[in-house]
Design a protein. Structure first.
Length: 222
């Protein structure tokens, strides 16, 4: 990406896309098997305790998190998405927060941080700082779980297959540039290992994958 202003403009355009697509979000679900495996993996992980959900969207995963968690704090930059999520996921154990994750800081630490279909929208330039945010959100023994996909159609690749920038359209044809980094599970594991995370990333059927793990604490110095 050319420079910081270009990246900021692109991130704004990406956020605008999700504001605009919120009402039709479910119509854009990927037509592949594999979603059930993601859900089973999340149940097996058991996201217990206080859970932070980043980029919660319309609450796709929030009810499932609440089956295990004592409480969920769900953050998203789109008021439209949060409106749908709060209509779907009521109750006193969930708190919704409207915030831009590229500027937001947590007020406290959580037992689990979860993000669904968000990591692929984090630009490569912000990968390390995003994971630093995740570390700052977690208790020392906290755990992380994410699900995502690497699916991009040929007509979305407006800058070619090596660029993380693609184009997505609303049902009415309006086009937006967003980021979609096609992480490969083994490379993602390696990239995370290099910045201090121990995370296993598992491919599923279709273009999906899920990851879980933690960031070992540096050994205490006597
Ligand atoms: C692909 S959707 C994922 C939604 C949900 N987690 C799911 O699995 O269906 C990406 C979400 O990221 C949110 N988002 C985009 N830019 C953001 C930002 N800068 N800060 C916080 N959320 C953002 C969008 O509003 C949208 O809800």
């Amino acid at each position: 990406m050319a420079d910081r202003d270009d990246l900021a403009t692109l991130l704004d355009e990406q956020a605008s896309f999700y504001q605009a697509v919120a009402a039709e979000y479910d119509d854009h679900a990927l037509p592949f098997p594999g979603g059930g495996e993601l859900s089973d993996a999340l149940d097996a992980f058991r996201p217990a305790g206080s859970v932070l959900e980043l980029a919660c969207g319309p609450g796709t995963w929030t009810n499932q998190l609440l089956r295990h968690a004592t409480d969920v704090t769900a953050v998203d930059a789109s008021a439209e998405m949060l409106g749908i999520a709060s209509a779907r996921v009521g109750g006193q154990r969930v708190r919704f927060v409207l915030a831009d994750l590229f500027g937001w800081r947590p007020e406290r630490r959580y037992d689990v941080v979860f993000f669904g279909f968000w990591l692929s929208h984090v630009p490569p330039e912000r990968f390390a700082s995003f994971w630093s945010l995740v570390a700052d959100c977690l208790q020392p023994d906290g755990r992380v779980f994410f699900v995502d996909d690497a699916y991009r159609t040929g007509d979305e690749l407006i800058e070619g297959e090596h660029s993380p920038v693609i184009q997505r359209r609303l049902t009415d044809g309006t086009a937006y540039r967003i980021l979609k980094v096609p992480h490969r599970p083994e490379d993602l594991e390696h990239q995370l290992d290099q910045i201090g995370w121990r995370i296993e990333v598992h491919p599923t059927a279709g273009p999906f994958y899920w990851g879980s793990g933690r960031r070992p604490q540096p050994a205490q110095v006597a």
